[in-house]
Design a protein around this ligand. Structure first.
Ligand code: PEP
Ligand code: MN
Length: 346
């Protein structure tokens, strides 16, 4: 439920509301606005009517609104304004500027990640991607450089002034990955790893949550709710294609889901055209459609030499193609009254 405080409600009044919420075993999630404070209260649905009744009688309370959706904190009802996630370098995700994240599937060597960072930054990307821990279908495939990969990614990002996003596969690595990454990525295969979701919900780093291979929008939002419920409100959702009967693409990019998410949640939405396409020749049209449908950002695989890539070479763009795609994306963004973050400032 949402407890809307009266304009000018005192801190003591706000505190007694929070105390009552907590005494009921509910968690409080205050949003301090310019005009008034709104407090989200989430917990056991069974006792909500009793709690609503008590809260409605407290001083300073203007109104109590139940949130009907099962994803409470992720829902637009809880927060009308779009969430804008600001990174340490001031880059904003979720605003009018579309943010482009790019880089190789995996961090493979110092040379490879440095070269990748150089080209994606030259082409105008704002964030460097690269996996140090890789979720591979086969245990015999390259699993990532792990700790060493994190260091290389960080150093490439620092060299070219790019924040970095990288996947955390296991709960026990969260702290380490959070030391190096600006954004923690939860991969599609881990979308319902609730222990991992709670763990990233407890760190002070933005999270890019990828949609599971065969998960509904509702399940996707419930997973985001796990992270939000722990007090980490800097969550972005990533549509990366789902499994359907169609085999012409690696996955089916669910553009409809992006439009639904726009209506259902205040969280920024990112599209990954690379994992949806599975082939580099399809990445550009899907990326363009992503911006047109309203995504707040794109995450695109780019490799200096895709033939030699240790993972996902087939879907990785060569630098030159990525650069020309950026120019096309800029025109699509303009047609949608938006712009690409960082593109015109160089
Ligand atoms: C990746 O980003 O390289 C990746 C493994 O993505 P997903 O979890 O969407 O498959
Ligand atoms: Mn990949």
């Amino acid at each position: 439920m949402i407890v809307v405080m009266k304009q000018g409600a005192s801190q003591t009044e706000i505190n007694s509301v929070i105390k009552e919420i907590n005494d009921f075993g509910y968690a409080d999630h205050p949003i301090v606005g310019v005009e008034r404070t709104v407090i989200g209260a989430v917990g056991d649905e069974g006792t909500k009517f009793k709690l609503m009744e008590i809260l409605s009688q407290l001083a300073g309370v203007e109104q109590i609104i139940p949130i009907l959706k099962p994803y409470k904190l992720a829902s637009h009802q809880f927060k009308q304004d779009k969430t804008i996630i600001e990174l340490d370098n001031g880059l904003k995700i979720g605003g009018n500027e579309v943010v482009i994240m790019a880089g190789p599937c995996s961090v493979e060597s110092r040379e490879q990640i440095m070269e990748s960072a150089k080209v994606v930054s030259e082409c105008g990307a704002s964030i460097l991607r690269g996996g140090a821990y890789k979720p591979r279908t086969s245990p015999y495939d390259f699993q990532g450089l792990e700790g060493e990969g994190l260091k290389l990614l960080r150093s490439a990002g620092d060299t070219y002034g790019l924040p970095v996003v990288t996947e955390v596969l296991r709960e026990r690595d969260v702290e380490l990955v959070a030391q190096y990454a600006d954004i923690l990525q939860i991969g599609a295969r881990n979308m319902q790893n609730y222990g991992l979701l709670k763990a990233v919900g407890q760190v002070d780093k933005p999270v890019l949550l990828k949609r599971g291979l065969a998960n509904t929008v509702k399940e996707f939002l419930m997973s985001a709710e796990y992270i939000l419920s722990q007090g980490n409100y800097r969550v972005m959702l990533c549509e990366r294609g789902i499994r359907t009967f169609e085999t012409a693409t690696r996955n089916t990019l669910d553009l409809g889901a992006v439009a639904v998410l726009e209506q259902e949640t205040h969280l920024p939405v990112i599209i990954d055209p690379s994992h949806a396409a599975g082939r580099w020749g399809l990445v550009a049209p899907l990326a363009k459609a992503g911006i047109a449908v309203g995504a707040d950002g794109l995450i695109i695989e780019v490799h200096p030499n895709p033939h030699d890539a240790m993972s996902d070479g087939l879907q990785s763009l060569i630098p030159q193609k990525f650069c020309s795609l950026m120019k096309e994306l800029s025109r699509i963004a303009q047609a949608c009254d938006r712009s690409i973050a960082g593109l015109n400032k160089q």
